[in-house]
Design a protein around this ligand. Structure first.
Ligand code: ACO
Length: 328
């Protein structure tokens, strides 16, 4: 008997910093408004010609090294992304080549900002079921949101940044690792965040208050209300599943979208803000990469020790949501 848990972690963040004062020069906004409404002071942005998969490959190499394994030990690569550089080859196949994971299968999944929760849940199933003898799965959240953000739309361009986080998942001691996980979706709310792609149906896009079809559009206030609701619900779901109380949770690591969403959910859960990790002031919303980057930094900050119960919880486009309860 065994658990399925974290063997290694890695992150990669671009070097270019886009500050609130930079944005003040691009759109009608202010550092004060952005800080007060979102908690974000800066984000990291890829070079114009730099693909997001480079970040994913860097994070992957770091996670494999951290796990003490080699790329050839990886059986499957799952990349969660809503900003693939190519529709084909998938980002996972590009990273497969770049890191030399010659024995691995590879696929992408898209559950927007919930993608890493979905990816971990899928990885856990493969490993528990013993599919084809798989032992080690690399899950990566990899995003180049600056490629699809409209830098003339002040309501959305202030929110997003680029980044990648990677995790090697495999067998750990029984009773440790992923204790429970949960995924949800409501496609009927999908029109609240849209990024058109290959086939554009004009009537489907009628709710987009935006003429440019090549950029991300979002109904911020609807997403805000949804996010607070599902963050509370998803956190409670995995805890109830294992009969663990919120008092026995050391840290909640949420998707980093907006400090007011995080604090709103903390209030509904009746937990102090200190119990909910946040680093979004530095990176903004990096979609599927935000939770692994936050977990990595929480560990660096000394906030995670062996035996701690940690809840990771995400929400985003689709609309989707998901959570993972982890015993470290
Ligand atoms: N600077 C100054 N004023 C602004 C800015 C800005 N950057 N952006 C909007 N405003 C204005 C609006 O135009 C509006 O003005 P009005 O009252 O004259 O019409 C006013 O500020 C209030 O706008 P709201 O949209 O009500 O502001 P709100 O407090 O809701 O904040 C925000 C907007 C930050 C977008 C918030 O709704 C939010 O964070 N939503 C969630 C977004 C999110 O987390 N998405 C995650 C999923 S994304 C994915 O999966 C890719």
């Amino acid at each position: 008997r065994f658990g399925i848990g974290v063997l290694g972690l890695g992150i990669s963040i671009p070097k270019n910093v886009l500050t609130n004062s930079d944005l003040e020069k691009m759109v009608d906004t202010s550092d004060e408004w952005i800080m007060k409404r979102t908690g974000i002071s800066e984000r990291r942005i890829l070079d114009k010609d730099q693909p997001a998969f480079e970040l994913g490959a860097e994070a992957a190499k770091m996670a494999i090294k951290d796990s003490g394994l080699t790329p050839e030990d990886i059986d499957l690569i799952i990349v969660a992304t809503e900003t693939p550089d190519y529709l084909t080859p998938s980002t996972s196949c590009i990273i497969h080549k770049l890191i030399g994971a010659n024995k691995a299968a590879a696929f992408d999944l898209n559950a927007a900002c919930s993608g890493f929760m979905y990816g971990l849940t899928v990885a856990k199933q493969f490993l528990e079921n013993g599919f084809n003898g798989y032992k080690n799965i690399l899950v990566i959240g990899c995003e180049g949101l600056s490629k699809i953000v409209d830098y003339s739309d002040r309501a959305s361009c202030i929110l997003f940044g680029d980044g990648a986080g990677a995790m090697v998942v495999g067998k750990v001691e029984e009773g440790y690792g992923i204790l429970s996980s949960y995924m949800g979706a409501d496609g009927s709310l999908g029109n609240n965040i849209t990024m058109p792609c290959c086939s554009i149906n004009e009537s489907d896009l009628s709710v987009r208050e935006h003429e440019n079809k090549n950029v991300l559009w979002m109904n911020g206030s609807e997403v805000f209300k949804f996010a607070v609701r599902v963050m509370e619900q998803s956190t409670r779901w995995v805890l109830d599943d294992k009969n663990i109380s919120l008092d026995d949770v050391s840290l909640i690591v949420p998707h980093q979208a907006n400090i007011r969403i995080i604090e709103g959910a903390a209030k509904r859960l009746n937990v102090p803000n200190e119990k909910v990790y946040s680093n979004l002031n530095k990176y903004g919303n990096t979609s599927s990469a935000s939770i692994p980057i936050a977990l990595y930094e929480a560990i660096q900050d000394g906030l995670v020790k062996k035996g701690d119960n940690i809840v990771m919880v995400g929400f985003g486009g689709g609309l989707t949501w998901g959570s993972v309860l982890l015993k470290w």
